[in-house]
Every structure is written in structure tokens, then in C-alpha cells.
Write a protein that binds this ligand. Structure first.
Ligand code: FE2
Length: 363
């Protein structure tokens, strides 16, 4: 990664994730003059996956959904949009629990002092419960979605996913349907993964080459095969915390993969089909499963053309038939694919239940 001052993110010690103080920002326009995404890489143990902010052009100016780190480069790219399309008027912090999305919000709010900040209800900090203003959220212009209103209701539909009570605080995600482009903006709820690699990792493939090896002594030479292998492994690791096929995660780099891991990838990717994120399915929605089913059914009523999640692939082409099929499969309780890989997530869920950190799973 070429480090420069333009991609410097000084607040990285708040959430020390790869690539630490330097993160590049890539801007892509998904709908001409109406919808853009800003992508950065973020991860643990060099397991770097993209995190994404979506920018919408509204009649009053720009809306930022799920802010990423406002590095000088990121701000420069935003100022370019402002000069062509109007000022940033609204910033949306869309999740109650996703720390990786929360960490950049106060700095982004300071960069746009005239913008209103709307946050998902049920904000919590762990292990200490701190008021939002202590975490750097500007009290005078911060409002809580659904409780204190909903901005831009003439152009947007707001869809709450949750709340699902967890131990330290609830899971809650505020999703937006942008009528002008038929786009559904989600944060962590839905994902799509495939062999299509993020542009940022194509530009800096070192995490791919690192994990594309089977032992530390193998050279990190840059081949298409190694990139593909590295990407598939990053996806499995990020989706399942620790997939079934990995031996001894923390004390050995690169990880040792058991035979069969390639089939695990096929099982989760299904050529990029839209799906409920495995981590949420196993850790959040065993409790209150019906909430996800209701939310999917509600999304299926929308005249949508695409879904823009904050992780993995975007945009994902989708319509009401896609969402209806997903909702029905969920409500029938179809066995999720990649069942073996989910063992660790299920063990983790049971452990949290035993420790009394989350309520018991629905029978
Ligand atoms: Fe997230």
C-alpha cells in the first residue's frame, strides 16, 4: 500500500483494524448524478474486506449513509460531489451495534458542521455505557431515527430492522429505500459475495497474496490463481469469524486450510446471490427470527432494482421477486448453506447464552 498523507486516518487507534493509519478511498458512481459509493478496506489480522458508505443526491443536497473514515482523500472526493450536486445536508449512522460503522461518525460530522446527524435508536457502547456526546457525537444536531422523526420522507422510505435485544444493547439497523433510483441501502443485514474481487484489493493485493499461500515459506508471487484463492479465503474468514476449514487461527500465519474449503466458498457465494449475512443469522436472529422475515417481506413490496449493502459486493441487482423468494425461504426455515462452517458461530452463540450475555434462542 502506498502510504501518503491523503489517506491518513488519525483516529484509527479507536478501532485498530488493518490497514491502520492508512486507508485508501475509492469512489464509484452507481447511478449517474444520483448515487455513489465510497469504499475503504477494513479488517482484522490482515483479513481486509471492503466497508462502504453510500451517498445519495436528494433535492436539498447530499445524504451520507454509514460514513467511512473521513481521510483527506475521502473528504476531497466528497467536496467534489458537493460542488457539483449541493452540500452534505444529512449524515445517517444506520446501526446501533456495528462498531466498525460508528467509529468514523463523529469525525465525519465535524467535517460537515452544517449537516444534521441522524442515528439509529438504541445506541450503546461496550463495556462502558457512555452518552453519545462523550463519544464525540454533536448533541445539538444529533437526532434519533424513528423516535424523533425521519428525514426526507418525501424521497425516502425508512425500514427498521430490529430492535433485537442482545445482552449489552439491541441490534438495530435503519435501512433506506431511495425512490428515485429504486435502491435499497442496507448496512449489515444482507450481503452478496462472489469471485468478483473489490477494486481496492486488486490495486493492493497484498492481503490476497498473503492468504493465498498454504505456508509461510511459500513466496507471495502475484498470480491470478493466488489472488482468487486469497480472496475466497478472506471471504470465508470474514463471513464466519473462523470457517470450519481453518486450523489454528491465531497462532499461525497464513492460516492452514483443510481440504474442502473451496466447496465452502461455493456454498456461501452461490454466484453472488443476495442473502442474509451468516453472522446475523447465527448470532442475532436465532432470537426474533420473525423480525427478519417481516422485514424481508416489507422490502419485497418495494419497487426496487438494486440493493447496496455496506460490505462485500455492491450493487446487487434485485427486485421484489428476489426479496419475496428470500423472505419465503427464511420463513420456511430452509437450512442455510455452508452448514458446517456455521458451527463456530453456533458454538459462540451458545456460549453467549450460557454467560447470560444474550437472551436464550427462540425454541
Ligand atoms: Fe458492518
Amino acid at each position: 500500500m502506498q502510504a501518503s498523507h491523503r489517506d491518513y486516518w488519525g483516529w484509527w487507534p479507536l478501532l485498530p483494524l488493518y490497514p491502520y493509519g492508512h486507508r485508501r478511498t475509492l469512489r464509484r458512481q452507481l447511478v449517474a448524478n444520483q448515487l455513489w459509493v465510497f469504499e475503504q478496506l477494513q479488517g482484522l489480522f490482515a483479513v481486509a474486506v471492503p466497508i462502504r458508505m453510500t451517498v445519495l443526491k436528494l433535492r436539498q443536497g447530499l445524504l451520507l449513509y454509514a460514513p467511512v473514515a473521513p481521510t483527506p482523500e475521502c473528504l476531497e472526493l466528497l467536496r467534489e460531489l458537493e460542488s457539483a450536486h449541493g452540500p452534505v445536508v444529512t449524515i445517517v449512522h444506520s446501526t446501533a451495534s456495528g462498531l466498525e460503522h460508528k467509529v468514523a461518525v463523529p469525525a465525519m460530522a465535524r467535517a460537515f458542521p452544517a449537516a444534521d446527524l441522524w442515528v439509529a435508536p438504541g445506541q450503546w457502547s461496550f463495556p462502558l455505557r457512555l452518552p453519545l456526546s462523550w463519544l464525540g457525537f454533536p448533541a445539538s444536531r444529533t437526532r434519533v431515527l424513528f423516535e424523533q422523526g425521519l428525514p426526507h420522507g418525501d424521497q425516502l422510505d425508512w425500514l427498521p430492522l430490529g430492535p433485537v435485544p442482545l445482552g449489552p444493547g439491541p441490534f438495530f439497523e435503519a435501512c433506506i429505500f431511495h425512490r428515485a433510483t429504486g435502491s435499497l441501502l442496507v448496512t449489515d443485514g444482507l450481503i452478496s459475495v462472489s469471485d468478483q474481487r473489490p477494486e481496492l484489493l486488486e490495486q493492493d493485493p497484498s492481503p490476497l497474496l498473503f492468504h493465498g499461500r498454504d505456508s509461510g515459506s511459500e513466496p507471495m508471487d502475484d498470480t491470478e490463481e493466488r489472488r482468487r484463492k486469497g480472496w475466497r479465503r478472506l471471504v470465508l474468514f470474514a463471513c464466519y469469524l473462523r470457517p470450519q476449514a481453518v486450523d489454528q487461527v491465531l497462532n499461525r500465519f497464513p492460516f492452514r486450510w483443510r481440504p474442502g474449503w473451496q466447496q465452502d466458498f461455493e456454498a456461501i457465494s452461490r454466484q453472488g446471490a443476495l442473502q442474509v449475512a451468516p453472522i446475523l443469522e447465527e448470532l442475532v436472529f436465532p432470537r426474533h427470527r420473525f423480525l427478519m422475515g417481516d422485514w424481508l417481506q416489507r422490502c419485497a413490496q418495494l419497487p426496487l432494482t438494486q440493493v447496496v449493502p455496506a460490505h462485500f459486493q455492491a450493487p446487487v441487482a434485485a427486485n421484489s421477486t428476489t426479496l419475496k423468494a428470500l423472505a419465503e425461504a427464511w420463513q420456511r426455515g430452509d437450512k442455510p448453506l455452508g452448514g458446517d462452517d456455521r458451527r463456530l458461530l453456533r458454538q459462540f452463540n451458545r456460549r453467549l447464552e450460557q454467560m447470560g450475555l444474550v437472551p436464550m434462542t427462540d425454541p
